[in-house]
Design a protein around this ligand. Structure first.
Ligand code: AHR
Length: 491
């Protein structure tokens, strides 16, 4: 080992709580995420509950997903929620012009989504249609799902459709990528329109505690952040959404499974950009919101490659390899370490789309390497962030090879997650931490960075017990293999 890498953990100085919502997910009406993915319909022979696959429900419960964003994405700005309530055979069809013009029968609508969230214990995060919709439509949606005050036209309609009590949806996105598919707006125009939505949506007496999320930038356009933060008063905004995908070339994103080391490295560079993106957006937000009340909401992130051969270009179906596990581990460490400002994040997307945690083929379902990383990291949810420092961190190209984050939960357990993105080199790492003994450790690794789970070999990549460490008083020393993720539990 060429370098003596030292990780210092300050276990006496916990800082912010790592919001569990950093571990959120995103499910859009896109390709086979909803239809033919998590939703197979009530009369499918695949075991389901109200049309949602039972195996997926179980997998998402195990992951303890804290929130789920729906129905888009770009699709949200074409969606009219009233078309997808009431008896399924009477629902109007929709042509999904955002994603391949496919016809959807609206069998999966507001009730189906919110009941699913309830079943898996996730908070729903609804994105309102700000482009082809109206303010009235958004207000009515919010009243339809949240109004608890006796009888109104909307509560009567909700009860008629089988749901008497409200769902109490807290998280509302007002627009999506309004600088692009959400309406090609300028930041000035967007923030004025946002204020009208934000005001109207909180005009009823039952709307206290609503968490309204405004659109932020999707690349290093910090002027957009500046304009939105300057124009919208703090009383009207609870969150600012940003998007960042680890794409090295939008014209040709490369294969999701058959990639070179150079492409891998470029993906890591783009994943590491998340650190700068959060830091610079936070600096702008600090000017207008020094108390850090407004959350930075990274509600779309992950790897994005060319679609799998012979699949629909608009369906964004891709394979999920150890490269994606590296994106996940590195990015989640970045989010944890920015817990003061990052209050929520949503991996794109849950099933069969982009960096999915679950892939399906007919009756079969597999968990991807990204699923396993999210599962290993769930211990950080709502735990106190412990400050970390890395000395002598080697560079992989111009990206730090090792990343780390640490937290302490309510039961006094400490969790340390480490990632080595270097494709060739193992490293010895010494963790200095007062009065802690490791209880167990888990590793996710594989022989090749291009490895992935298949329907024939679904457990090729899965977490294993990690034993390659020594511990003595106040110190853990481990050998972290190339491209691996390790999580320690200690107390
Ligand atoms: O996640 C796929 C798409 O990426 C979303 O619909 C859009 O918001 C973003 O451009």
């Amino acid at each position: 080992f060429s370098q003596n890498i030292i990780v210092e953990i300050d276990s006496e100085q916990p800082t912010d709580t790592i919001s569990k919502h950093i571990y959120g997910h995103f499910a859009e009406h896109l390709g086979r995420c909803i239809y033919g993915g998590l939703y197979v319909g009530d009369d499918s022979k695949i075991p389901n509950t109200s049309g949602v696959r039972n195996d997926i429900i179980e997998a998402l419960k195990e992951l303890q997903i804290p929130n789920l964003r729906w129905p888009g994405g770009c699709f949200a700005d074409t969606y009219h929620w009233k078309d997808a309530i009431g008896p399924k055979d009477q629902r109007k069809h929709i042509e999904n012009y955002s994603w391949g013009n496919v016809r959807e029968d609206n069998g999966f609508g507001t009730h189906e989504f919110l009941n699913l969230c309830e079943q898996i214990g996730a908070e729903p995060y609804l994105a309102v249609n700000m482009n082809s919709g109206t303010i009235e439509e958004a207000v009515e949606w919010e009243q339809y799902v949240n109004n608890a005050n006796g009888s109104s036209n909307l509560t009567d309609l909700r009860a008629e459709n089988g749901r008497a009590k409200p769902w109490n949806v807290k998280y509302w996105g007002i627009g999506n990528e309004s600088w692009d598919c959400g309406g090609d707006m300028t930041a000035d125009y967007y923030s004025n329109l946002y204020k009208r939505y934000a005001r109207a949506m909180t005009s009823y007496s039952n709307t206290e505690g609503l968490y309204r999320i405004a659109v932020g930038p999707g690349w290093d356009d910090y002027d957009w952040t500046e304009t939105v933060m300057k124009n919208i008063p703090l009383k009207s905004i609870e969150g600012l959404s940003v998007h960042h995908y680890s794409v090295f070339n939008w014209e040709n994103k490369g294969s999701s499974f058959d990639f070179t080391e150079e492409e891998y490295f470029k993906t890591m560079q783009r994943a590491w950009f998340m650190e700068e993106f959060i830091t610079k957006n936070s600096e702008v937000m600090d000017k207008y919101d020094p108390e850090k009340k407004v959350g930075l909401i990274v509600d779309e992130w992950g790897g994005w490659y060319n679609v799998m051969p012979n699949t629909n270009n608009a369906f964004l179906y891709q394979q999920n390899t150890m490269r994606d596990a590296m994106i996940a581990g590195l990015t989640l460490n970045i989010f944890n370490n920015h817990a003061d400002r990052v209050h929520m994040a949503n991996l794109a997307q849950t099933v069969n789309v982009l960096q999915a945690v679950i892939l399906t083929e007919g009756e079969k379902m597999i968990l991807t390497p990204t699923y396993h990383v999210m599962n290993m990291y769930k211990v950080h949810q709502d735990a106190l962030l412990l400050p970390t420092k890395i000395e002598n961190n080697p560079d992989y190209g111009n990206v730090p090879a090792i990343s780390v984050s640490a937290s302490k939960d309510n039961n006094g357990r400490t969790y340390i997650s480490l990632v080595n993105i270097d494709i060739k080199k193992d490293y010895e790492v010494t963790i200095n931490v007062d009065n802690l003994k490791p209880r167990s450790a888990t590793i996710l690794s594989s022989e090749k960075i291009q490895d992935y789970n298949t329907f024939e070999n679904p457990n090729k990549i899965s977490p294993k017990e990690f034993k390659d460490y020594k511990s003595k008083k106040n110190q853990i020393t481990l050998d972290i293999p190339a491209f691996s993720v390790v999580v320690f539990e200690a107390n």
